[in-house]
Write a protein that binds this ligand. Structure first.
Ligand code: ASP
Length: 321
């Protein structure tokens, strides 16, 4: 690993996993390893982003992702501004452009954006002078989540290639699933999705994954089980008969997990609905569950992304890397 040197990352923004190449993903993961070490020190801070401004612009509620980005930026000594904006009262297209113009005038170096509409972050990025990081847009992409999941797996298992990963639950509404399906396949893993037909996206056949509607069949011999939250806020109408029924057929419990490999590991992007998509005991089982590691890796990956996207800026300014 030679984190920090000779990294070629030709993108100005991180809007999605789509379009990234394996060495670019590896470069971020390698840097992530470095920042896990930094974050475990008593003195967690370095001054890499000293003098730079990071704005966290959240149009959709989020506690964990915003906190994680905030911790990452502060650990690198950036000035951080958190803005929460409600979308309820605004005409979105127009206001987004206004927002971009207002923010440009404040000279942020990095803008971290979460928005409930797929594509909104891309639109903002087209108008922004600084780097833009997609912190989740609608059901489209959540690239730092897929990167942190990859780092979590790579650190525990040692590789991503040739693993079989099952992504289970509400695939249709999940940007986490969409980003993970892409990243895992780019890195040579086999991906299965398991969901009731009502929670599968229409174009699933074109995503290169194996599709199962039966949990026990889909889990057979997998290495990693990624559970997803039922995204009730994105559902209009009834996609599942009842939460109890959902847990019975698609909730992860020990009986269903027994179909996976004996040492299969469990992941969940959070926030979890305990007893809806995952049995509470299983979520806390330190031998099987990587859920807490995912949170730790989240900060490290976001530090890595801030590092890599500001590299050219810092080089131009003559700051040491
Ligand atoms: N935190 C993830 C997201 O923002 C997953 C979830 O909300 O269920 O997409």
């Amino acid at each position: 690993m030679n984190a920090g040197s000779a990294i070629s990352f030709p993108h100005r923004h991180l809007l999605g996993i789509e379009g990234l190449l394996p060495p670019q993903i590896e470069a971020i993961l390698d840097l992530g390893d470095k920042y896990v070490e930094q974050s475990r020190r008593v003195d967690k801070k370095s001054n890499l982003l000293s003098g730079l401004t990071v704005i966290n612009l959240f149009f959709e509620n989020s506690t964990r992702t915003r906190t994680s980005f905030e911790a990452a930026a502060k650990r690198l000594d950036a000035d951080v501004i958190n803005m929460s904006v409600s979308t309820s009262s605004i005409k979105k297209g127009e206001t987004l452009i206004d927002t971009a113009m207002t923010l440009n005038a404040m000279h942020p170096d990095v803008l971290v954006v979460r928005h409930s509409d797929s594509g909104a972050v891309q639109l903002l990025a087209e108008k922004m002078r600084g780097a833009v990081v997609n912190a989740g847009d609608g059901r489209h992409e959540h690239p730092t989540q897929a990167l942190l999941d990859a780092l979590t797996i790579r650190r525990r298992v040692g590789r991503l290639s040739n693993l079989t990963v099952a992504i289970c639950g509400d695939i249709a509404h999940s940007r986490v699933a969409r980003s993970n399906m892409q990243l895992l396949q780019i890195m040579g893993a086999r991906v299965r999705v398991i969901a009731p037909p009502t929670l599968l996206p229409a174009a699933i056949d074109r995503l290169g994954v194996e599709v199962f509607t039966d949990m026990r069949e889909g889990l057979r011999d997998v290495d990693i089980v990624m559970m997803l939250r039922l995204q009730l806020e994105r559902m209009q109408g009834s996609f599942v008969p009842s939460v109890r029924e959902y847990f019975r057929f698609f909730g992860l419990d020990r009986e269903k997990l027994a179909y996976a490999k004996p040492d299969a590991l469990i992941m969940h992007p959070g926030p979890m609905n305990r007893g809806v998509e995952i049995d509470s005991d299983l979520a806390d089982d330190i031998d099987r569950s990587l859920i807490r590691d995912q949170v730790e890796m989240g900060v490290a990956i976001r530090m890595a992304v801030l590092d890599i996207l500001t590299k050219s800026l810092r080089t131009e300014a003559g700051t040491t890397l």
